[in-house]
Design a protein around this ligand. Structure first.
Ligand code: TXA
Ligand code: MG
Length: 542
């Protein structure tokens, strides 16, 4: 723990500026306001001071920092070469929310650049940031002042929440204007390249530079093993504790989707919340990307105060500053995007022996529903040679992969189900992949003209795949009936059957969580029972 001094920024307060300037010159670290987000600053020429930033944030060691200057004359001390296009950009957008990557100067220590031969530089426009850089008398290296992985801080309170006892000083300069971090553009390759969208839009950059390439990591998840042009893009980011799911589509379909859902909140546009029956936070007017950028991180932090399990976010526009908003939201949502204008997702589950597969088959044959077997996807992604295997090996030990590269499922299971934490780790690796594969299939079915897709998973509630569904149905039968069925079907002993049944949720738990219960045992008529699901489907479509 360090003692954190709190200051308030007033332009004329020279005592405050000299105190903070001295802290920085002496190798301390300070949370400072900028127009984008708050930064956690240190003397950019002092490797030891910069190392403290990494420690305070818990930041991965390979993620370089942006160097902040208050005057263009400082640029020479930071970079080894200034490309002409950098001057053009600086003229138009500095001071402001633009970081330019250039060849690194000699005085920049490895702690800042993390082994790269380039450095990102920006001149912030917030008067507090500029006054503090001037008072320190040196360029300041500063990442966003949040704990690594959390939403970036846009108020002094956010910085206090994350950095109290970790930073030597925090300067309150009010709420950040822009609200998302600076645009990062690289000028070191053949063509200028947008690595991170921010307050300066792609369209604005192109007005100065001509064509700008957009790095693939801006809107899509990196493939396992793919190298990130901007190291920061590969990490889980901006995540509130709640799971965020982005919902694409019309407001009407969004409303129908979220109606009646439990333990969740809506992240919606101004004026929409009152039309919903779940708790909500509004993130600015629809199509007003500037307002949404201003609020996005504050809203993500507020979600945690609400303590909900899931947040359903309306999908922002992707042009102008909207590209920065969707970029941050996609990361907060771990890239989960559900299109409610497409086919409706209906969760289908049931304990072993309940007859879930029979019901799925009937729904597909009679009603033209499509079917996705999540348990099958789970097996596929862990098949021999799958890239997921190396992630599993990293988490659970290299020996879970046999010499012939196949997965030792029994050994993995013995480790992954040994304790709750291990199971969570397994799920954190496999569930996002299963989800994205399933959602890709839904897209295909929508294109084929399907209007309903059964998302069939035995562990639908444990895996939280139910959160993607408009509603869920459970096929149920008493334990004795199920036991008899699986003994007959799989030719196993009564003990084995009981063991399998015990490994799953109890009937009561399935039924408590599901919206529709399909009783699949005498004297119930399965045709009549299935009608309950059809009825719910019709109801949700209205
Ligand atoms: O608005 C901002 O840029 C804020 C305020 C404080 O200025 N700072 C900020 O820093 O967002 P940080 O560290 O959270 O994000 C810096 C991003 C990271 O994604 C990092 O990987 C990338 O910039 N970056 C920094 N130097 C780089 C370099 N030489 N090459 C490629 N990417 C770089
Ligand atoms: Mg950051």
């Amino acid at each position: 723990m360090v003692e954190t001094k709190l200051f308030k920024y007033e332009p004329s307060d020279s005592d405050m500026l000299s105190a903070v300037g001295a802290i920085l010159r002496d190798g301390g670290i300070a949370g400072i306001p900028t127009e984008t987000v708050y930064g956690l600053a240190a003397n950019a020429f002092d490797g030891k001071a910069v190392a403290k930033i990494f420690k305070a944030k818990g930041r991965p060691q390979d993620n370089p920092l942006i160097v902040h200057i208050s005057d263009i004359s400082q640029l020479d001390s930071v970079v080894s070469h200034i490309p002409p296009s950098a001057y053009a950009l600086a003229e138009k957008f500095w001071p402001g929310p633009l970081s330019i990557i250039m060849p690194k100067g000699e005085r920049i220590p490895n702690e800042v650049s993390c082994g790269l031969d380039t450095v990102a530089v920006r001149m912030p426009s917030h008067p507090g940031a500029r006054d503090i850089i001037s008072a320190a008398g040196v360029p300041l290296a500063a990442p966003s002042a949040n704990l690594s992985g959390s939403p970036s801080p846009t108020t002094a309170q956010h910085v206090i929440d994350d950095m109290w006892g970790r930073a030597d000083a925090i300067v309150d300069g009010g709420m950040c204007d822009v609200g998302v971090e600076s645009t990062v553009v690289s000028l070191v390759g053949k063509k200028p390249r947008l690595l991170r969208p921010g307050g300066v839009s792609l369209e604005q950059l192109e007005s100065v530079l001509g064509e700008v390439e957009v790095d693939s990591a801006v809107l899509a998840e990196l493939e396992p093993g793919q190298k990130a042009a901007s190291p920061g893009m590969k990490y889980k980011h901006y995540s509130p504790k709640a799971r965020v799911i982005i919902i694409k589509g019309s407001f009407d379909n969004y409303r129908r989707f979220v109606m009646g859902k439990k333990d969740c909140a809506a992240l919606c546009f101004d004026g929409e919340g009152d039309k919903l029956d779940i708790p909500f936070i509004e993130i600015g007017r629809e199509h007003d990307s500037t307002a949404q950028a201003h609020l996005i991180f504050d809203v993500l932090r507020k979600l945690d105060e609400m303590g909900v399990d899931t947040a359903y976010a309306r999908c922002p526009d992707t042009d102008g500053v909207g590209l920065a908003v969707i970029n941050r939201l996609l990361r907060a949502a771990a890239f989960t995007v559900l299109d409610v204008d497409g086919a409706m997702l209906i969760g289908l589950t049931g304990a072993t022996g309940s007859g879930k597969s029979t019901v799925a088959k009937m729904l597909c044959e009679k009603y033209g529903f499509a079917h996705i077997d999540c348990d099958k996807i789970a097996r596929e992604i862990t098949a021999d040679g799958s890239p997921v295997l190396s992630q599993l090996a990293q988490a659970f030990g290299e020996d879970i992969i046999r010499d012939d590269m196949s997965l030792d499922r029994a050994l993995l299971a013995s480790r992954a189900f040994a304790c709750e934490q291990a199971t969570k780790l397994l799920n954190s690796i496999t569930h996002p992949i299963i989800t994205s594969k399933a959602l890709a299939k839904v897209k295909d079915f929508t294109l084929e003209g399907k209007t309903a897709v059964l998302l069939d998973a035995a562990a639908i509630f444990e895996s939280k795949i139910d959160k993607l569904c408009s509603f869920t149905a459970v096929v149920s039968a008493p334990e004795e009936v199920r036991k008899a069925r699986i003994i007959e079907r799989d030719l196993i002993t009564a003990e084995k059957a009981e063991e399998r049944i015990r490994a799953q949720l109890s009937d009561g738990e399935y039924e408590r969580n599901a919206d529709v219960i399909i009783a699949n045992f005498p004297p119930h008529n399965i045709e009549t029972e299935i009608q309950k699901l059809i009825q719910k489907y019709e109801e949700k479509r209205q």
